[in-house]
Design a protein around this ligand. Structure first.
Ligand code: SF4
Ligand code: SF4
Length: 107
């Protein structure tokens, strides 16, 4: 479930508002707000598309967990899901995390 929108990281681009399939966020003209947290589908789309890693989605679908922004920062959880997927924020590389080159087609 979506847990944190970091006002210090957010650049107010509203990408999270646009990509969320459940219309969880409301645009404000500034930092978006989580207006319908209970509608979150824990799909992580907002987190992986946020350009500044300002969002944290907990892996627990039932929530909220009550985790604080300070704890998310301290545990380096901002952007963690995108890193796990190999997304590198426009930087080169990332394919070293993709294991599919090891797959061989059985003859
Ligand atoms: S996608 Fe990230 S930077 Fe953009 S408005 Fe949402 S939280 Fe802020
Ligand atoms: S995790 Fe998915 S459903 Fe939940 S706020 Fe983000 S984009 Fe919306």
């Amino acid at each position: 479930m979506i847990e944190i929108v970091s006002a210090t990281r957010c650049v107010e681009c509203d990408i999270c508002v646009k990509v969320c399939p459940a219309n969880v966020f409301d645009a404000t003209g500034g930092v978006p707000v989580v207006a319908r947290q209970e509608d979150c589908q824990t799909c992580f789309l907002c987190e992986i598309y946020c350009p500044t890693d300002a969002l944290y989605v907990a892996e627990v679908a039932e929530g909220p967990t009550g985790i604080s922004e300070a704890e998310v920062e301290a545990r380096h959880l901002f952007g963690g899901y995108a890193r796990a997927l190999g997304w590198r924020r426009g930087k080169a590389g990332g394919s070293q995390f993709d294991p599919t080159h090891r797959i061989r087609v059985a003859q």
